[in-house]
Write a protein that binds this ligand. Structure first.
Ligand code: TNX
Length: 533
């Protein structure tokens, strides 16, 4: 039987490398299946090329593609309604009768043209992202470029592994991002086939969203940031401005998860409304609000407006580090879990959204199958003195659905490498470490039948040490490319296709992806010194 194992290993490793090197078009994230049409000549886009769509949903995406193509090619590629695939056309269709996941798409290209069919408009949108990647990287420039606009003849069948949440988190409390930066961020998120932007709207350093019921939250609470605590400019979004951001994201098939971090990390709130301070938080300045009726009413009114503004599928209510940094416990475990229960119930029943909490609440003993626990911890930790269980075992035992953001891999405020700028408390979150990570094994290796509890992955850009837009690009890229692989591609324990960092780095990242970033104008980490990768 040892011999059998030996042959099986050979077989599977051979298969894996064949699949990896098959992605020689450098598509990011790697499609589920991609086949070259050997012997077929490529399709060439020229000034006569037309985009044909099959309905209203596909029309929007046709216009999006037409605009994208126009910038770099200079061709006025027209989009029109039509059924038959004529010559020299890019045919876009939404067809929800297809098998597979809602975000799935099929792409076929030959000398006559390209045909992309999505199971939904989002699937079609992702197919269009793949089409752009099949073109030369110059396609990402916003200025006219000289290039051969050819699409190789391929057949792609694709769908994401994690359907619910594949995302990027931005922390606009510690350092604000302006609207143009948010728009760019959304474009980059869409490019990577991520469907979620998680916005950390509030923290000690500043409250960044207008709440009409509590105007001082922005009049006072939005002053200053991590660099200038309590001083300087007011930086926040009015609800009107936020609506523009929401619409921009929606047009790119991205849902926003709004986060109001409660009842800790609330110094900005207490600056604005000192009466909300917890009587047991003796620190100066205090960070934790009261969790009596008055505190509860405040939180619920804020959540009402957040819900009206975003009409979100998920609302993140925080609950991290409530006692952190305080000599005396501000609240006991029972108090914290009771308050988490009340707010989560409100989000579910009154606001009809799915609540998300950081894992701190779970650690304190709270759990709920209709809430997502957002894991920032990593490794196998024994916390429960009364129970001899690791986190993994406890999550599985309680059937607790969760989201993955392990700090040692997906906290992009951590350094890219030794000696680089960034935070260090979770070690170095290098891109290779992220690329070879297998999300489902992180928490649940004990029982693969519980893999379904994992709802997705989010990379976090906590911004104490991400001050400027340049810092943001340096910390986020190219790591976001690796993160997108974790959200989209089939993990190893499902298809045995073990991620191989060096192959991906050389064949995909360096040959293709970094060039695309360059034409997008992204100043990714290592752009001045490629040898660092
Ligand atoms: C931990 S983990 C935080 C953030 C910080 C971050 C810095 C978690 C939910 N909270 O408040 O910004 O570390 O790396």
């Amino acid at each position: 039987s040892l011999l059998l194992v030996f042959w099986a290993c050979l077989f599977f490793s051979g298969r894996a490398s064949a699949q990896d090197s098959n992605n020689n078009y450098g598509i990011v994230p790697r499609p589920k299946s991609i086949t070259s049409q050997a012997g077929s000549s490529p399709f060439r886009i020229n000034s006569e090329t037309k985009i044909i769509f099959n309905g209203k949903e596909a029309k929007q995406i046709a216009n999006y593609l037409s605009e994208k193509l126009a910038q770099a090619t200079g061709y006025g590629t027209r989009a029109e309604k039509g059924k038959r695939a004529k010559k020299n056309t890019i045919r876009l269709a939404v067809d929800n009768s297809g098998k597979g996941k809602a975000e799935a798409y099929r792409l076929e290209s030959s000398a006559n043209g390209v045909s992309i069919t999505g199971n939904s408009s989002t699937g079609l949108f992702y197919g269009v992202q793949t089409l752009l990647q099949l073109l030369p990287p110059e396609i990402y420039s916003d200025k006219k470029q000289q290039a051969q606009w050819t699409v190789p003849a391929v057949k792609i069948e694709d769908e994401p592994f994690f359907e619910k949440i594949r995302g990027l988190h931005v922390d606009i409390s510690r350092h604000f991002r302006n609207k143009e930066e948010m728009f760019k961020t959304i474009d980059y998120v869409a490019y990577h086939k991520l469907n979620t932007l998680h916005i950390h709207l509030t923290d000690d350093q500043g409250w960044r969203i207008e709440i009409k019921a509590f105007p001082k939250l922005t009049e006072i609470g939005a002053i200053g940031d991590h660099s200038t605590p309590g001083k300087g400019k007011k930086q926040f979004y009015t609800q009107k401005e936020m609506r523009e951001i929401i619409a921009y994201a929606k047009a790119r098939h991205i849902d926003i998860i709004p986060e109001i971090d409660m009842p800790g990390h609330m110094q900005a709130t207490i600056r604005a409304y000192p009466e909300l301070k917890s009587p047991t938080d003796k620190r100066e300045p205090a960070k934790v609000i009261r969790i009596d009726e008055k505190g509860e009413e405040f939180c619920k009114k804020v959540l009402d407006e957040i819900n009206d503004l975003f009409t979100p599928e998920y609302i993140h209510i925080g609950f991290d580090e409530i006692n952190f940094g305080s000599k005396k416990k501000i609240y006991g475990n029972e108090e914290i879990t009771a308050f988490a229960g009340k707010l989560a119930e409100y989000v579910k029943t009154d606001l009809k959204a799915t609540p998300i909490v950081w894992d701190d609440a779970f650690e304190k003993g709270w759990h709920d199958k209709q809430t997502l626990v957002h894991w920032w911890r990593y490794g196998k930790v024994h916390w429960w003195k009364d129970l001899p269980l690791t986190i993994d075992q406890k999550v599985q035992k309680l059937d607790q659905p969760y989201l993955l953001s392990p700090a040692n891999k997906t906290y992009f405020d951590m350094r890219n490498a030794k000696g680089e700028a960034g935070a260090g408390w979770a070690g170095i979150a290098s891109i290779d470490k992220l690329y070879v990570w297998e999300p489902l094994l992180d928490l649940t290796d004990a029982d693969p039948s519980k893999n379904h509890l994992a709802q997705g992955v989010i990379a976090c850009t906590w911004s104490e040490q991400i001050k400027t837009w340049d810092d943001f690009q340096d910390r986020t890229f190219p790591r976001l490319a690796a993160l997108s692989e974790k959200g989209w591609a089939q993990p190893k324990n499902i298809d045995l296709n073990k991620p191989n960092w060096k192959t991906w780095r050389d064949e995909v990242l360096i040959k293709k992806q970094l060039k695309r970033y360059q034409f997008m104008g992204i100043k990714y980490w290592s752009h001045n010194s490629p040898e660092k990768l």
